[in-house]
Design a protein around this ligand. Structure first.
Ligand SMILES: C[S@@+](CC[C@H](N)C(=O)[O-])C[C@H]1O[C@@H](n2cnc3c(N)ncnc32)[C@H](O)[C@@H]1O
Length: 204
């Protein structure tokens, strides 16, 4: 595991660079996964809100975005940005690696962007707990080859490794595509229960 808690300075220098926006287009991601008005989104390891703010635009006033992070600095940064832009449907949430303080099955869509290689299994379990049955988990990750920026290649997860890891939480892969020159995206669904618990119901 190689993920660290990020500071404001890291976020402003790396996560908010205009070069990054050209390479990983958040609006393109959300449109491709079919995010729609009214959806409830959970962005785990949201950082500066690079993906969370565009999601808040798309889900609109009927929807909601939880921008979850373990960094107090970044939760505060996202809160300040939301206040100054008057974004009312985006809620910063301070978590710990083992606990995201939200109710079960709260989200239609959960995002793990550039974090899966570094977060512990407990955080992934929490993410899955918060996804409703039939909801989708979107994993955006670095291609496992040298790219102009990003973590060392040895720390990255390839498509097969990430797929295997996320399937082990009971998720089913439903889509895969590239996002810009350096990232792939995997989309998983949390299966719905296939049947109700067996109990004979009288016709009377
Ligand atoms: C590489 S940044 C990615 C930020 C954002 N997803 C993006 O792509 O712009 C990783 C973020 O995950 C946060 N983080 C690290 N471990 C975490 C955990 N266990 N749970 C939630 N957030 C975590 C860090 O504080 C940091 O903000």
């Amino acid at each position: 595991m190689h993920e660290a808690t990020w500071s404001r300075a890291d976020a402003e220098a790396i996560l908010e660079s205009s070069e990054r926006r050209r390479r990983q287009d958040p609006e393109r991601l959300w449109r491709r996964v079919g995010l729609k008005a009214g959806d409830i989104v959970l962005d785990v390891g949201a950082g500066s809100g690079f993906y969370a703010f565009p999601a808040a635009d798309l889900v609109g006033p009927e929807g909601h975005v939880y921008a979850v992070d373990v960094s107090k600095d970044l939760v505060e940064l996202v809160r300040e940005k939301a206040d100054s832009r008057k974004v009312r449907n985006l809620e910063p949430v301070l978590s710990t690696p083992r606990r995201i303080p939200l109710e079960d099955a709260a989200a239609d869509v959960a995002l793990l962007a550039n974090v899966l290689h570094g977060i512990p299994p407990a955080t992934v379990r929490e993410t899955v707990r918060l996804l409703r049955p039939g909801g989708r988990l979107v994993d955006v990750d670095w291609q496992k080859r040298s790219t102009p920026e990003g973590p060392p290649v040895r720390h990255r997860l390839g498509v097969l490794e990430a797929t295997r890891a996320l399937r082990s939480y009971g998720l089913a892969r439903v889509d895969a595509f590239d996002l810009g020159p350096s990232h792939y995206v995997l989309v998983f669904e949390r299966p719905r229960p296939s049947h109700l618990p067996g109990r004979l119901i009288s016709a009377e």
